[in-house]
Design a protein around this ligand. Structure first.
Ligand code: KG4
Ligand code: ZN
Length: 349
């Protein structure tokens, strides 16, 4: 079975063809990625220090057909199913992918399934090359943590499609905080990779930024406070242009450490509370190596399994959308394209 995935929820126009060995999910299932095309708009949004929705939507319109054409090449084969990100995301951006997917489903007369972008991030580790997975009972329930530029959600995962929301950010998403701190430091967009790069040379204990809601009894997060603390710290220093590289490195390391401490600590406490057997991480911020390192250590100490995507599946891509389409294929029927509409706000649970 071949699935065409389409993704346009944010600033990546992406299409991928995924081959799954059978329509049933079995222990021996291994996903084969036949193509995985991602056209990033990051360079365009860089000058604004963040994503401009109207600019993103226009760029998706220009790029979507060549990207799909690339994913279907070189030997064109009609997919058996189309999976498209239906939400959450920027509404005008989502609509480009959704309308394109509906058109293809109509002209090819094949079923279409709308996918939740956060669910696609959640299961993205199943695409890892070394993975031969079934979604085993033994790893469930799991604590799922989806952290990206637009979203921060912690869910109790009881199975595919069975999620209970247990925590979310009350203000900025994790990736958004990285992006805003990078902007404050004049480092460009997206901020996550740049900050973690400079943090490698910095001292994480030199500047101790606050750890908001670390000790709150719930599993919600707040990251705008850390960003504001960085802002005031910089204000008390010399103007940004005169910051030394060593100072920038220390701010990056201190900020990253504060974020990692809160994320890891609350995830492990949630796993204990809900008697989870594993932790599943996904989303753009799961590319953060100190976070992976710390979560690997702490989950091991607590006898929890830990699953996270390979670097190429952390950011937005359409292979994970095709995979989520496969997991939701019972929702797909020929002709169902007529009812599908983009949904800007759509929680995982
Ligand atoms: O999942 P994604 O590609 O798009 C959304 O769905 O939002 O996530 C993008 C976010 C950006 O905010 C980016 O700064 C962040 O992921 N990010 C990182 C790292 N790489 C990307 N954050 C921290 N550390 C990284 N290494
Ligand atoms: Zn994403």
């Amino acid at each position: 079975m071949k699935i065409l995935g389409i993704e346009t929820s944010c600033d990546e126009t992406a299409a991928a063809m995924l081959q799954v060995p059978s329509t049933k999910f079995q222990a021996t299932n291994k996903f084969q990625i036949l193509s995985n095309i991602v056209a990033s708009q990051a360079a365009i949004h860089q000058k604004y220090g963040g994503i401009v929705p109207e600019v993103a939507a226009r760029k998706h319109i220009e790029t979507i057909i060549p990207v799909i054409q690339g994913a279907l090449s070189p030997q064109f084969q009609r997919p058996d199913l189309i999976a498209v990100t239906q939400g959450p995301g920027l509404i005008t951006a989502l609509q480009v992918g959704v309308q394109t997917a509906k058109t293809l489903a109509y002209v090819w007369n094949i079923p279409l399934v709308g996918v939740n972008h956060l669910e696609a991030h959640l299961w993205s580790h199943l695409l890892n090359q070394d993975t031969r997975y079934k979604i085993q009972e033994t790893i469930l329930p799991a604590i799922g943590l989806v952290i990206s530029g637009g979203h921060t959600e912690m869910v109790l995962v009881k199975g595919v499609g069975r999620y209970q929301l247990i925590g979310r950010t009350r203000d900025d998403a994790v990736g958004e905080a990285f992006d805003k701190v990078a902007k404050l430091l004049g480092l460009g967009y997206p901020g996550g990779p740049i900050i973690s790069h400079f943090a490698q040379e910095g001292d994480p204990d030199k500047i101790i930024f606050p750890r908001p809601m670390l000790k709150s009894p719930d599993f919600d997060f707040s990251f705008s406070g850390v960003k504001t603390a960085v802002k005031y710290h910089l204000k008390n220093l010399i103007p940004v242009g005169n910051l030394s590289q060593a100072m920038i490195n220390d701010v990056c390391a201190g900020f990253q450490q504060a974020v990692v401490d809160v994320l890891v600590s609350k995830t492990v406490i949630a796993a204990e509370k809900y008697r989870a057997k594993s932790v599943i991480l996904g989303g753009g911020v799961s590319a953060n190596q100190p976070l992976i390192k710390e979560l690997s250590k702490r989950t091991k100490d607590s006898a929890l399994e830990f699953f996270y995507p390979a670097p190429e599946f952390t950011g937005d891509n359409a292979a994970m959308v095709a995979l989520a389409g496969f997991l939701n294929q019972k929702k797909a029927q020929p002709g169902n394209w007529q009812k599908l509409a983009a949904q800007a706000n759509w929680s995982l649970a």
